[in-house]
Design a protein around this ligand. Sequence first.
Ligand SMILES: Cc1cc2nc3c(=O)[nH]c(=O)nc-3n(C[C@H](O)[C@H](O)[C@H](O)COP(=O)(O)OP(=O)(O)OC[C@H]3O[C@@H](n4cnc5c(N)ncnc54)[C@H](O)[C@@H]3O)c2cc1C
Length: 385
Amino acid sequence: MSFVESEERRELRKVVSDLGKKYGYEWFNRQARSGGHTTELWLEAGKLGYLGVNLPEQYGGGGGGMADLSIVGEELGAAGCPLLMLVVSPSICGTVISRFGTDEQKQTWLPGLADGTTIMAFAITEPDAGSNSHQITTTARRTDDGWSLTGRKVFISGLDVAKAVLVVGRTEDAKTGKLKPALFIVPTDAPGVEFKQIEMDLISPDKQYALFLDDVQLPREALVGSEDAALMQLFAGLNPERIMASAFAIGIARHALDKATAYVKERQVWKTPIGAHQGLAHPLAQIKIELELARLMMQKAAALYDAGDDMGAGEAANMAKYAAGEVAVRATDQAVQSLGGNGMTMEYGVASLVSAARATRIAPVSREMILNFVAQHSLGLPKSY
Ligand SMILES: Cc1cc2nc3c(=O)[nH]c(=O)nc-3n(C[C@H](O)[C@H](O)[C@H](O)COP(=O)(O)OP(=O)(O)OC[C@H]3O[C@@H](n4cnc5c(N)ncnc54)[C@H](O)[C@@H]3O)c2cc1C
């Protein structure tokens, strides 16, 4: 085990950071507030090979792993450009297709996911199931040519920019009639697919949608992987999602901490800069420690995942996502406090980070569900629900 980052990864960190800084938070925030998108940055990052670093070289990717993609997510976020679709498109969707897809599915989807010209959304959350994804009711029925998919999803990010969406549905077991999870690639322009923007109180260029699937006719090859192993396949995709959600949160936390630190070093209202007062210095130091701890856990989760240990990665990815969400909330709140009145101005762009940080405590899995996971699986405590 080494804590020394390879030269290749340090270089990746640097070039991605440079790209993020070229756009910066002012640009990102302007896109968010004007209802714009981050397409320009997304496509440039794709062209430079950053979006597909984790995908197989054979299909246009960089041949790396989640450790590399998490560097991309973290550095873009730290530079002020946290790209939510990185949590979804190359990570969950790219991983599931490259691990479990047919060669044809890989040929069709991976090159576009790698160079950013194709974005794929991911839909698991349902209005009546929420955190209880065992309760989902979106169902695929067999037809002569493939499948008919019907159901409803909520809070699906990026459907407006996505060419397709990876939908978690259920199929009926031919023998027992019981419903079991299955993954389908659904083009967003297929007949029967409709989506409607949810007005979120969130300052972000990535928008959320309610998705309606009404008797959507899909070919047989829309199913990804095996119908009988979908749960294992789903977990394989959810670990990268949690690792990337951690990178997203850690990026935001770093950006907020950097802004706060720079400000308190300069601002002087008594004899010394305000950063000399422990009332400000200690919370910032505490955040720095918590940030490094969250980052370490994210790196552990990515290393385990890349080494093929899905179970070990599951525990670490949950813990990393918890720690990253908590520190993102604390860092953005303390950044606002450190800047005083300026913390609430548009010019300094700090208060606008709070809602994005807050969302990382809820999505893609809430802090309570992670605590449930750790209580039951790491500590062996009984389940209450
Ligand atoms: C910005 C954003 C983007 C999103 N993008 C996507 C996306 O792209 N695709 C997608 O599928 N989903 C997406 N989601 C949905 C997200 O994954 C869900 O919001 C999340 O899983 C929680 O589900 P819920 O909102 O239904 O809350 P609920 O399940 O209703 O939970 C509400 C509260 O109750 C708590 N709770 C529930 N059950 C328990 C329990 N057993 N023990 C203790 N506490 C409990 C929860 O932790 C939470 O605090 C997104 C959400 C947001 C906010």
